[in-house]
Design a protein around this ligand. Sequence first.
Ligand SMILES: Nc1ncnc2c1ncn2[C@@H]1O[C@H](COP(=O)(O)OP(=O)(O)O)[C@@H](O)[C@H]1O
Ligand SMILES: [Mg+2]
Length: 230
Amino acid sequence: MQLHAEGIEKRFFRKTGSANNFFAVSKTDFDLLPGAVTVLVGRSGSGKTTLLQMLSGLLSPTSGKVFADGTDLYSLPDKALSRFRSTHLAVIPQGLSLLQNLTVMENLLLPGSLYSKSPVTEGTALEMLEKLGIGHLAGVYPTELSGGESRRVAISRALLHRPDVLFADEPTGDLDDENTDLVLDLLQAEARRGAAVLLVTHEAGAERIADNVYRMTAGKLSCERSAHEA
Ligand SMILES: Nc1ncnc2c1ncn2[C@@H]1O[C@H](COP(=O)(O)OP(=O)(O)O)[C@@H](O)[C@H]1O
Ligand SMILES: [Mg+2]
């Protein structure tokens, strides 16, 4: 699935401070292609998460459009958009995202039970957890997990979904080097099986899996490296 954004921008209002009306993301076009890993870098507060959320159907742009294989995401009614997102897209969010009153395993099985494109079995879920070194935590509740363990559960949940487009917002921020390498390899494998992957990261090592690299600077997007130019 190809994701295409046309002239999207996001303006935020703040009640305090002098700049109470500003563009978190200035008008930009953007494409995510199937089979490619696109890496997005930039300083904290530069607008990376805002762009990711607009592209993933979570945050409606102030103006502009986002198309997924021709479907205009924000023209869909809420329910259809949420169904579309559950079927085709997966997000590894920057913050904590697990449901606290469900075990790790229940967190993994829930999305597939709501919209079963390819229902996830307990066996597959356990294999994924084991791949990420947290198989022993399947029956545990999220409050008992470390930051890095929670992150790996969220990563497992997104990967099990086999999305057409995968968005990862600083997924390795709280992981050690070994797990960081493992997660980068798994994201690259997602692209190799045909997914379009957007990876927001500060990880220098992410360059090795990047087909395209973009930089966000105070809301302005620029291309640093493109597969088409290589
Ligand atoms: N809901 C919001 N309302 C107002 N300002 C916001 C909101 N969300 C983010 N911002 C601001 O927009 C800018 C970009 O934020 P963000 O996209 O999260 O940056 P990054 O992910 O690059 O760290 C920041 O200045 C942030 O404070
Ligand atoms: Mg962010």
